[in-house]
Design a protein around this ligand. Structure first.
Ligand SMILES: O=C(CO)[C@H](O)COP(=O)(O)O
Length: 267
């Protein structure tokens, strides 16, 4: 079974103390699949990265950051560089979330600079792409996100793109007012993203789905063969929530496993 990715971005939530409690709780409930069939990750705010790294210890939980600047250093008040993130030995960095595009003026061009800087520093970019409600209504979802992926990876080699992750997060599906994509709808966009990544020479880049993932829809989304992981917000902001999602998603994923020929012939 290929690795299935399940993780949570905490957005602007959780103090250092809350982070320590979450990780202690997560370690106490750690599912057997974590680290083996399932790459489990958490993305706390910058202020909690040091505490998170210490609290995770040797547990099979990957650590990510929510953003970074593309420059090595300089007069960029309030920004965080890749070298600063390296100090926390983070495993991945989330780039291009639609909230950053909408509220902080991120563009495909600046996301491309960030992806390049992350890879220069050996950080795995988790590139978020998403279609708007208008693009969805016009039947242009796949075209919109394929364009974003092409621009995010412009100028990169196949090998560099191959070290990345992509998250499909429909803008209309995210947050309190969002409506989750149906597994069919998400699956079709994931197929288009996989095709685009194949054309870019990086067919094995995992494509995760995010946007109102919850306990009711996690299994059906995970059962879509083109969905390689779930990127969860609210439903995983408790360790119990994250672990419950892992168990539902992984059970669904295991049912996808092809039946070995010996089992069929043995009757
Ligand atoms: O970033 C997200 C996952 O961390 C995403 O925005 C989904 O949030 P949710 O709708 O609260 O699951």
């Amino acid at each position: 079974m290929s690795t299935f990715w399940i993780g949570t971005g905490w957005k602007m939530n959780k103090t250092v103390a809350e982070t320590r409690r979450y990780i202690a709780d997560l370690k106490a409930r750690l599912p057997d699949e974590a680290g083996a069939d399932c790459a489990l990750f958490i993305i706390p705010p910058f202020t909690a990265l040091a505490a998170a790294r210490e609290a995770i210890g040797a547990a099979p939980v990957l650590l990510g950051a929510q953003n970074m600047h593309w420059a090595e250093a300089g007069a960029y008040t309030g920004e965080i560089s890749a070298s600063m993130l390296e100090e926390f030995r983070i495993d991945l960095v989330e780039l291009g979330h639609s909230e950053r595009r909408e509220y902080f003026g991120e563009t495909d061009a600046t996301i491309n600079l960030k992806v390049k800087a992350a890879l220069r520093h050996g950080l795995r970019p988790l590139v978020c792409v998403g279609d708007s409600a208008e693009e969805r209504a016009a039947g242009a979802s796949a075209a919109a996100v394929v364009r974003q992926v092409r621009l995010a990876f412009a100028g990169l080699t196949r090998a560099e793109i191959g070290r990345s992750l992509v998250a499909y997060e429909p803008v209309w599906a995210i947050g309190e007012s969002g409506m989750p994509a149906t597994p069919d709808e998400a699956g079709a966009v994931h197929v288009a993203l996989h095709d685009a990544l194949k054309e870019l020479g990086a067919p094995s880049v995992p494509v995760l789905y995010g946007g109102s993932v919850n306990l009711e829809n996690a299994a059906a989304l995970a059962a879509e063969p083109a969905i390689d992981g779930l990127f969860v917000g609210r439903a995983a902001w408790s360790a119990e929530g994250l672990v419950s999602l892992v168990s539902r998603a992984m059970a669904a994923r295991k049912r996808l496993r092809p039946v070995p020929t010996e089992a069929i012939t043995a009757g």
